[in-house]
Design a protein around this ligand. Sequence first.
Ligand code: ACO
Length: 330
Amino acid sequence: MRNSRIIGAGMFVPPKVVTNDDLSKLMDTSDEWIVERSGIKERRYAEDGVGVSDLAVEASKKALAQAGLEPKDIDLIIFATLSPDYYFPGSGVLLQHKLGCRDIAAIDIRQQCSGFIYGLSIADQYIKTGQSERVLVVGAEIHSCGLDFSTRGRDVTVLFGDGAGVVILAPGEAGKGILSTHLHSDGGHFDKLWTPAPMACRHPRLSHEILDQGLHYPIMDGKFIFKMAIGKFAEIVEDALKANGYTLEDLDLFIPHQANLRISNMVGKKLGLPDEKVFNNIQKYGNTTAGSIPIAISEALEQGKIKEGSLVCLASFGSGLTWASALIRW
Ligand code: ACO
């Protein structure tokens, strides 16, 4: 069976920079608290009316340019986001249209922080089976329109930012490209990080009461997520390496989903990885959920941290709960 490999990557974040000091004018928080607890110094927010598909268009253009392809060359779109432009249809079809692709399949997936690795895994299967030749995998979010900017929401709001990352997958030579993906879920803890409203099965979907209670904003049990994330990140990196006969010494770069700098540092230490092998950019962008890993891939390539032949492990943990990893030989 043929392998799939990444032949292009691109990222786009909105130009508007929002610092911790900016947030401290809206809610009771401080630069010191946010940096100490999360490592985040600033994040980007999209302008009003800019949808997640718009961010994805810009990131896709860069990935296409890097791959030397045109939109018409893409034969499948997989779009991971928890913040689609509309309740329905999904953002995949919007990207298909705005980018000027043929009338190809556009699949929308959720899986939150693990959305990109889930998407990568789906794309990998389509290429392995010969169904697709050039797949565009998107991870993108616009969180800024869905956050509680009062002090009530400060634990969640300070962590998140907007952004998009895209990779293009194509068939590759054996022993190179995506070596394996490992996907997991446990819906038993769905309410540890979730947005309760609007619920599709409740009358009315939205009410003044729901808005007053702030149930349309994300709610998180931060301590639970923190502890669970550290264990699961380490577990799935080890699973990915073991499945391919590698050890941690073989790894050139670990790209964790950018959830929190403290989580990434603790996972790196738990695995015994030197700091230079753990990629971090959360300081600049906050947590962009499905966008964080493809944005990191783009920057790691640009900074020369991923080179031809590098062994790279991607790993994620987040709402769902979902957790996942992918091992890639570049
Ligand atoms: N600014 C100032 N004070 C705050 C803020 C804020 N933004 N948010 C919470 N506080 C207060 C709390 O109200 C609390 O006050 P109290 O002691 O008077 O009650 C105090 O700070 C300590 O709160 P804790 O919740 O104990 O703080 P903790 O050390 O657990 O840090 C945090 C909170 C940063 C959310 C942490 O739990 C965490 O990082 N969890 C992981 C969550 C995460 O990374 N989620 C990302 C999404 S999931 C994923 O991507 C993996």
